[in-house]
Write a protein that binds this ligand. Sequence first.
Ligand code: FNR
Length: 191
Amino acid sequence: MTPFTVVGVAGSLRHDSYNRALLRAAAELAPDDVTFTIFDLDGVPLYDEDHDEYRGGDHMPDAVVALREAISAADAVVLACPEYNWGPSGVLKNAIDWASRPPAESPLRHKPVALIGCSGGPAGTGRAQLQTRQHLQSLKAYTLPEPDVQIGFAKDRFDDDLALVDDDVAQLLRDQLDALRRWAAALRNHG
Ligand code: FNR
C-alpha cells in the first residue's frame, strides 16, 4: 500500500490524560508503513483574531503555524476529543478554530479526519464527538463515518503507566486506522 501519514492531536493538556494515552496507543499500534506523529497543543495560545494573519492580524503564533503545517503535511488527522459538559474541550475547539481560517485555505478543508475519545464514565465522549463533527463539517473536513471509537470507563482500559491494556480497544483503534486509510484513498481517487 502507499505510505500513509497521520497527525494526531489530543484536546487535553493534562499530564495523565486518557485521551492522550488513547492517541499514543493508536500511534503505537499503527503498521510500519504508516507514519503517525502526535502534535502537542501545549504551546498553542487562545485564539485571537488580532494575531490571525488570515483575518488581517499580525504574525501568527509559531505554535499555530506549526499546527497548521502539521495538518497540511499529513494525509489524515486523528483528533482525540475529551468530553467537557457534553461538548468538546476548549483546548480542542481552540485548535480547530486556529486551523479553520480562512475557510478556503484551512488545512482541515477536505482533510480526512477520524475522531477518538475516552472518558471516565460510560459516555465515551460520544456527545463531544458529535459536536466536533459539526465543527468539522463547517470546514468541509471529511470526517470518517465509522467505526466510532468512544471509550468509557477509562480506568479499566489503561495500566498505571497509561499503557492501553484492553485488547478490544486496541483492535478498534487498528480497525479505525485501516478505515481512515481506505477513506483517504477513496477520497483521493474521487478527486
Ligand atoms: C468532565 N468530564 C466529563 N465526562 C463525561 O463523560 N461527560 C461530561 O460532560 C464531562 N464533563 C466534564 C467537565 C469538566 C470541566 C471536566 C474537567 C471533566 C470528565 C472527563 O471526561 C474526564 O475528566 C476525562 O478524563 C478528561 O479527559 P482527559 O484529560 O483524561 O483526556
